[in-house]
Ligand binder design. Structure first.
Ligand SMILES: Cc1cc2nc3c(=O)[nH]c(=O)nc-3n(C[C@H](O)[C@H](O)[C@H](O)COP(=O)(O)O)c2cc1C
Length: 213
């Protein structure tokens, strides 16, 4: 089993990093031989969409004749997703949604004709589904009865990853971190992960594209 493990927090002692690490440990419990690929978008951020990339993506005609090298980074990142049986993401909530370093990754892996088809009814994913576990840390509360802010993070990730075929998402929010001290954090993390469903890992088809390569 291949795990793609992504972190996004700029903070070394981050709650979302600890959540994603705990998720990877749980996965190793059911698949001890798993191979882990690592992306730390805070330590090693991706560039924002470059001019040649944006120009190539700007129309079906330019996509059919891409500028030289314009799709190279996108291709590397898409192939990492295709090689992963399971994806684990640790992310903070930044201004109600994902941090810009995670958005930079999304901008590279959503590509018409490669990971989705544009149809009159909307995007149709071209990648095979696989489980995506997302550990989220937020300073305040965005879910449940005590929520005092909108959540543009979980619906956004569900729609963008769903649009390329990744539909089996599980979210693990660790909320109100602003009010959590170091002693409370491990228990809060455990509670956040209590509902994790690892059965989706055993059931995941080992295919790289929806077409069944
Ligand atoms: C730029 C920035 C924006 C933030 N925006 C929000 C927000 O919209 N809602 C929220 O609840 N917390 C917000 N926070 C607080 C973080 O979500 C919180 O500190 C969280 O624990 C960070 O994740 P980490 O511990 O993995 O670094 C923000 C923090 C930063 C640095």
């Amino acid at each position: 089993m291949n795990i793609l493990h992504i972190d996004c927090s700029p903070r070394p002692e981050s709650h979302s990093r600890q959540l994603s690490a705990a998720i990877v440990r749980l996965l190793l419990g059911v698949a001890p031989d798993a191979i882990i690929s690592r992306r730390d978008f805070a330590a090693d951020p991706l560039p924002h969409a470059a001019p040649d990339y944006a120009t190539t993506l700007s129309s079906p005609a330019t996509l059919a004749a891409p500028l030289q090298g314009a799709l190279d980074l996108s291709e590397v990142l898409i192939q990492e997703v295709e090689a992963a049986d399971v994806i684990v993401i640790g992310t903070p909530m930044h201004n109600l949604t994902v941090p810009s370093v995670l958005k930079a990754w999304i901008d590279q892996i959503l590509r018409a004709g490669r990971t989705f088809m544009s149809t009159p009814a909307g995007k149709v994913g071209l990648l095979c589904d696989r489980p995506v576990f997302v550990g989220i840390a937020s300073g305040g509360v965005f879910a449940g009865g005590r929520a005092n802010q909108p959540d543009f993070l979980t619906p956004y990730l569900s729609v963008v990853l769903g649009s390329i075929g990744l539909k089996t998402l599980q979210f693990f929010p660790l909320q109100a971190t602003a009010f959590l001290d170091a002693n409370q954090a491990p228990l809060a993390r455990e509670k956040a992960l209590a509902a994790i469903d690892l059965t989706v890992v055993a059931e995941a088809p080992r295919l790289t594209t929806a077409g069944g390569e």
